[in-house]
Design a protein around this ligand. Structure first.
Ligand SMILES: [Zn+2]
Length: 307
């Protein structure tokens, strides 16, 4: 049995799955926001309760909204800021008495979809989480590719390729650079751009809906947005040539997005003979917690844990 934990900004979820990928238990609690030790205690309690109920021990993988620094071993870049600067894996190892694997939530999303989701059985998979921000992850041969600095897949902080005149000067990003893809391709970025063009306030889903019902201003905003998204995806295709790109996050629910992006990205990529396969995710919001569980592959389950 394997246990996956998705440590989100507001909710922390645990999922127990068997080797066949079938769900055996799922539980959610509010994420403690004031103290790091409360987070460790909450995760340990979720694991212990799950194991008591199922009558067996499992491997533990955790998805976090940040990464473990390869240099210091401490959590960095987590928007759940109480985690930053702490050795979450070592602290969980000492309370749960077993090795713990931790990965970024976008990486867990990608691993989940590459293992038994929308890109199951495919070799090179690029996962995109597009919602309030934009992130990504890479799986090759069913394994995460993280890189020595653990930033593989972080394309959201590459500059938007081939900027048009009206996309300059590039807007500032919280990371300190200008013109990052995240400042153009995310739900809030679409809403901001629509507001700047029209003076109207709408959510990304609303703008998409209005565009499909013939609102010319919404149509134009969507057209520009999808063109930017496609330029950004084409730059990934040129570097990675993935077997599939899987879309996740709130924007992945826009109807027809995957097919539209596949067509547009082909036009920007380096002379591909066919469009790159772009698919919507299979597991939705569960992909993070499933990917966390899949951080331990069957042949790697730590000694003395039951399969
Ligand atoms: Zn940035």
């Amino acid at each position: 049995m394997r246990l996956g934990i998705d440590l989100g900004g507001t909710k922390t979820e645990i999922l127990a799955i068997g080797d066949d990928g079938r769900e055996r238990l799922r539980e959610r609690v509010a994420t403690p926001v004031h103290s790091y030790s409360d987070v460790v205690t909450a995760i340990a309690a979720l694991v212990q309760t799950a194991e008591e109920r199922l009558g067996t021990r499992g491997s533990v993988g955790v998805a976090i909204p940040g990464t473990l620094s390869a240099r210091t071993g401490l959590v960095k870049n987590a928007n759940s800021t109480v985690l930053n600067g702490h050795p979450l894996d070592r602290d969980l190892e000492s309370v749960l008495s077993r090795p713990i694997r931790i990965a970024n939530d976008a990486n867990c999303f990608t691993l989940s979809e590459a293992t038994d989701g929308a890109a199951a059985g495919l070799n090179v998979v690029f996962g995109i989480i597009a919602g309030t921000g934009i992130g990504g992850g890479i799986c090759v041969g069913g394994r995460l590719l993280e890189g020595p600095h653990r930033i593989a897949g972080e394309w959201g902080h590459n500059p938007l390729p081939a900027p048009r005149d009206d996309e300059l000067p590039a807007p500032p990003c919280y990371c300190g650079r200008r013109g990052c893809i995240e400042t153009w391709v995310s739900g809030p970025a679409l809403a901001r751009d629509f507001n700047r063009r029209t003076g109207r306030s709408s959510s990304a889903a609303d703008i998409h809906h209005k565009a499909t019902t013939g609102d010319p201003e919404a149509k134009e905003a969507m057209e520009v947005f999808l063109d930017r998204f496609a330029r950004a995806v084409a730059s990934v295709i040129n570097v990675l040539d993935p077997d599939a790109v899987v879309l996740g996050g709130g924007l992945s629910n826009l109807p027809g997005l995957a097919e539209d992006l596949a067509r547009r990205a082909q036009a920007y990529a380096f002379m591909p003979e066919a469009p790159t396969l772009i698919r919507k995710n299979t597991f939705g919001d569960s992909s993070g917690v499933r990917g966390a569980a899949w951080l331990w592959r069957p042949e790697e389950l730590p000694f003395a844990l039951t399969r």
